[in-house]
Ligand binder design. Structure first.
Ligand code: GDG
Length: 737
């Protein structure tokens, strides 16, 4: 087995150069904190940026950086200041971040930023490709690198690539506003497995893929021409033991041994018997709801003045993305709010808010978590929020109350916390009060359940689960019964073709010889196709038969000039080469009067759908409907029809975005076999893309070469990817003698 290559915007370490000296420190942030233990123990390689731009690296220091990063099994990607501006501060944090967190008013659609984003994603992909060996697994992380999976895939077709998005994926209605939405989705779909923290993000992504790229989605899989992409949710956990043990250790310290910070925290506690501490820890980011948290706290002190001098809010806001204007404004807003609240309520001995705008060492973070009675975490949107989980892990005596926004991904797992809507001030205020008054037993009862869950689903388990699922997707994509036609198989088919004297080629039309178009009437054969079929027909010993569900009028008109036998309406009609149409089955159509009104009610209720009336069948098309609605109504219609068709000897064929109702006695398999009677065929080839072609694959003699177009469940022996490949193969057959 090969190695794992982790790829993320930043490395888990940060490099600073001061006075020509190199300083290496661990980086803070959800992703780095979470994955560090997986990286350390799993022996993986980590590719990312060091945090220092190439312009700031003094000459000759590049090698030292390489050496230092290599010690941590890291490979640095070098970025210029201009690239950092356009890619990171620009497109990542002024476009994707606000859009994906539903802050559309902050979103900038800047073409230069997009160009740099693409260019830098290429850089990351190249860094991976340089190091990538056949059995390796690539795990790409987060919104800065959405294009990387496909950039790798394009150059390394069989690579095993996983992608995990650490932030929310917004609803289709929001995502569709992105000018480069197609490129972004295609970029992500380069992966074999795409992971999100919650099922909501997963379904939003699938819905965008379905609606924007018009790709089929079955359950949690996206069906592409040559592969399937699995999409799933993996809620990220934390290194539980690390936080829990650190807390145990802190709690064991005597007063003298405590850090200065801890001693100051204790001072507040000892000031009044019932004094309590509320903490909040976040990067200073507008998604974290910091400003509204302060407002809610102010509201709380106004509504419940008895808590004055008995409560203190300790806010740790870690500086983040200071070059982005919104973050500068937010910093200002928070400074002012803190000033206002402290100015309004402070007494000589009491300040209601202690505000730290900096990053703290890990030990102080633990001091904060262990000393506080309440954690107030109120993001307006948050992919997961690890702070909530870390707080719980440090509560070694199981006391403490977590107030958590339901807009954080973590809320899905942490049901026993007090969940709030951060926009509902009234609710936040009442919940703070409830947290204050919550009996110790209740706190323990809630935290016990929460801790059990967090202890079980750790970051290590999360990473292993993702990896296992990624390996599985690789395996399942090989388990199609049908085998892809590669060069070797193609050569064998051509050889057999050359050696045969009486060949039959049954070719489906839509989705096989031509691509689907939104209006079926526009799918008339192009000149190249007409010539191709003509040349196959002209070959001695070859019978080409076009076998389609289309009506005979359309097929007859389109193929008027080419002497090719036609089978229309799945076998109801046959036109031997250039002759008149004959009705091949004794089919009835008196049932139509009963079925048509049922279909009409579905047309009325499903905008974009329509009925195609053929001589002996009725088809309900839903290609042009809203995709979700179309599938839903198709299922409903199948159920409704089930009872009706049994009485009339009918069957429902589920085609590609079409349901067709026709007599059970007619299908493509029966029609094709009829043509083979007494023919002594020594080469039978059938190709098609949808369910109706399965009758062909099932009913033709065993020796037939059956081929499905696209990767779908099938009884065909082989598959080929798309109409282009079908034509390539037919062109080669046409050249054989
Ligand atoms: C993104 C998503 C998702 C914070 N301050 C200090 C410090 N931290 C550590 C915390 C925690 C991490 O940083 C913050 O993680 P979050 O999950 O809360 O938030 P984001 O950075 O926005 O992370 C988020 C995450 O990715 C993972 O997928 O949960 O939704 O936005 O681990 O402990 N650590 C130290 N000093 C600090 O001052 N040492």
């Amino acid at each position: 087995m090969g190695k794992t290559i982790i790829v993320s915007n930043r490395l888990p370490l940060q490099i600073k150069i001061e006075d020509e000296e190199l300083e290496v420190t661990p980086s803070v942030g959800g992703l780095a904190t979470g994955l560090k233990s997986f990286h350390r123990e799993g022996g993986s390689v980590w590719i990312g940026w060091t945090g220092v731009s190439a312009d700031d690296v003094p000459q000759g220091m590049e090698d030292l950086i390489l050496e230092e990063t290599r010690k941590e099994q890291c490979i640095p990607v070098s970025l210029t200041e201009e690239e950092v501006q356009g890619f990171y501060y620009g497109f990542s944090n002024r476009t994707i971040w606000p859009l994906f967190h539903y802050f559309m008013e902050y979103c900038e659609f800047n073409t230069d930023h997009w160009e740099t984003y693409k260019q830098v994603n290429e850089k990351y992909a190249n860094a991976v490709l340089e190091d990538l060996e056949d059995d390796d697994i690539v795990w790409v992380h987060d919104y800065q690198l959405l294009l990387v999976p496909n950039l790798i895939r394009k150059r390394k077709k069989n690579a095993t690539i996983g992608f995990f998005n650490h932030i929310p994926f917004p609803s289709y209605e929001v995502f569709r506003t992105m000018p480069w939405r197609e490129e972004i989705l295609e970029g992500m779909l380069g992966a074999n497995l795409i992971g999100f923290h919650t099922y909501d993000y997963e379904r939003h992504f699938l819905s965008s893929v379905n609606r924007i790229l018009l790709r089929d989605v079955t359950f949690n899989q996206v069906i592409l021409n040559s592969r399937k992409v699995r999409v799933d949710s993996f809620p990220m956990g934390i290194d539980y033991d690390k936080f829990h043990n650190a807390a145990l250790q802190t709690n064991r310290l005597t007063t003298d041994e405590n850090s200065d910070f801890q001693q100051k925290l204790e001072l507040h506690r000892s000031s009044t018997e019932s004094a309590k501490l509320i903490i909040s820890v976040d990067r200073l980011d507008y998604t974290k709801g910091i400003a509204n948290r302060i407002r809610a706290y102010e509201f709380f002190l106004e509504r419940y003045p008895e808590y004055k001098e008995r409560v203190r809010l300790i806010m740790l806001a870690v500086p983040s993305r200071e070059e982005v204007p919104q973050y500068q404004l937010l910093k200002k807003e928070i400074d002012e709010l803190v000033g206002r609240v402290n100015g309004k309520f402070a007494t000589v001995t009491w300040t209601p808010i202690w505000y730290f705008y900096r990053s703290m060492p890990f030990e102080n973070l633990i001091d904060l978590y262990t000393t506080s009675d309440i954690a107030l975490i109120t993001p307006t949107r948050d992919g997961m929020n690890l702070v909530a989980k870390e707080y719980l892990a440090t509560r070694t005596d199981q006391t403490g109350v977590l107030i958590l926004s339901e807009m954080a991904g973590a809320a899905h797992e942490l049901n026993e916390a007090l969940l709030i809507n951060p926009n509902n001030f009234d609710q936040v205020v009442e919940t703070i009060k409830r947290a204050f008054e919550m009996p110790r037993e209740e706190q323990i009862k809630r935290n016990k359940v929460l801790q059990q869950r967090l202890r079980r689903y750790t970051v290590e388990k999360w990473a292993n689960d993702f990896m296992r699922a990624l390996k599985e997707t690789k395996d399942t994509s090989k388990t199609y019964d049908a085998i892809e036609i590669d060069e070797q198989i193609e050569e064998a088919i051509l050889k057999k073709y050359r050696q045969s004297k009486n060949r039959f080629l049954f070719l489906d039309y839509d989705g096989t010889l031509v691509d689907f178009v939104s209006n079926p009437k526009d799918a008339r054969p192009d000149q190249e196709l007409l010539d191709l079929i003509q040349s196959l027909c002209a070959q001695e010993g070859t019978q080409v038969v076009l076998i389609s569900g289309r009506d005979k009028e359309t097929l007859g008109t389109w193929w008027r000039e080419v002497p090719v036998p036609l089978i229309a309406e799945h076998g109801v009609w046959m036109r031997p080469a250039s002759e008149e149409w004959v009705l091949s089955e004794n089919v009835r159509c008196d049932w139509m009067e009963t079925i048509r009104p049922v279909l009409e009610t579905f047309v009325d209720r499903t905008p974009g759908s329509f009925i195609e009336e053929k001589n002996y069948s009725l088809a309900w098309h839903y290609r042009k409907t809203d995709p979700g609605l179309g599938e839903l109504r198709a299922n409903e219609l199948s159920t409704v029809l089930k009872d009706l068709i049994a009485n009339h000897g009918l069957s429902v064929l589920q085609g590609n975005k079409v349901l067709e109702i026709k007599s059970s006695d007619v299908n493509k398999g029966k029609a094709a076999n009829k043509m083979l009677i007494n023919q002594k065929a020594d080469f039978i080839f059938a190709i098609g893309d949808d369910w109706t072609d399965e009758y062909l694959f099932n009913e033709l003699p065993k020796a037939a070469i059956t081929v499905k177009v696209g990767i779908k469940k099938t009884n065909a022996r082989y598959f080929t990817k798309d109409t282009q490949q079908v034509r390539d193969l037919l062109r080669k057959l046409a050249k054989q003698n």
